[in-house]
Design a protein around this ligand. Sequence first.
Ligand code: PLP
Length: 429
Amino acid sequence: MNGSQWASGKLQVFETMESEVRSYIRSFPTKFRRASGYRMWDTEGKEYVDFFSGAGALNYGHNPPEMKRLLIQYLQEDGISHSLDMATEAKERFLLRFGETILRPRGLDYKVMFPGPTGANSVESALKLARKATGRQTVMSFTNAFHGMTLGALAVTGNKFKRKGAGVPLHHTVTFPYDGYMGPSVNTLTYIENFLEDSGSGISLPAAVILETLQGEGGLQAASGPWLRGLANLCKRHGILMIVDDVQMGCGRTGTFFSFEPFGMEPDIVCLSKSIGGYGLPMALTLLKPELDLWEPGEHNGTFRGNNLAFVAAAEALSYWENDRFAKAIARKGEQLRSALLSLADRFGGEVRGRGLMQGIALEPGLAEKVCAAAFERGLVIETSGTDSEVVKVMPPLVIDPEGLDEGLAILRSSMQQVVEAMGAAAIR
Ligand SMILES: *Cc1c(COP(=O)(O)O)cnc(C)c1O
């Protein structure tokens, strides 16, 4: 029996009942039952190493024990589950913890807004606020950016296929080349600067720029420190608000709580979601400079902003950030990952990209998907990134131990070997 027949038996309910829109089930065609830390098990008892972390929603791993204990306790005590934006103890605890472990030690002064519990919702709130605060309409975004699937977020997203899904024109945005987009010899910042400062460029002054410091879905292009600082400077000079979408790169993914910390920037607005809920529970935050807090009560609301189970787990998750041990461990594992990927690139070709525990290897067209499929067969959950799925993206839970990282990387290596050998055979024929 070949793989797809086997899969279609096991996944029949999904294939017959669920819309064709489903996607990750196609990359990982099995039925999962259980997970712990960086390991997952399917209904056949097959074990997997997780190098995907729920697209970045599981930075602290699957079912982290202390968060689980607190969630069970909260449920047993009939703690408030749903509260819109009413005051609850769980939300108060989260806010206090966020202030004392994240904002204060970094000298950051932000008001916290709870949009609906998704990244796209945080992005929508940021775009609305920037337009409201400046009275301008255009928002600058970047090539290969990904900001979510709602209309406002799609308008600042690069991917042609995803944009097309909107079905209406996506207006009031202007796309600029991200750092490195035009090759190593062109500083795209100069290009952007020329456009903004030339009265003949056809571009009106934007309300804001929205960007990821490292493009998670768009192919792991990382912006350099000088480029980011230069952009922040340019924004300041022209009164353009800077929105950093840290939905995927935040919560430690690149080694620091916020991805922009190493660059000495202070964005006007920051979007957080994915791992902010700690346990994979839906939650999102939009952080705004106090002077931008121009909202009228209820001007951007949503039914599920008060997901208290997420607040309980999120408050506990911040324990990882009480000192610098966690950040240091991420840096060490990031180095381990880097050298493993460099050795793969040495052996099989490809370009290593990314930082921290968000790194990958860009391969020839068509290869990365084959490698990820082969890896899944061997018990590794790993996805591609990039408009043409050209990057094998390594995104393990941040809590993975060095042995687990090695275990997954060994599977990745043998999968690449297998794919390259198969291609070689095809070429000889
Ligand atoms: C995942 C993601 C989003 C969208 O988040 P959803 O919760 O899927 O709406 C937005 N921006 C970035 C950078 C993301 O990675």
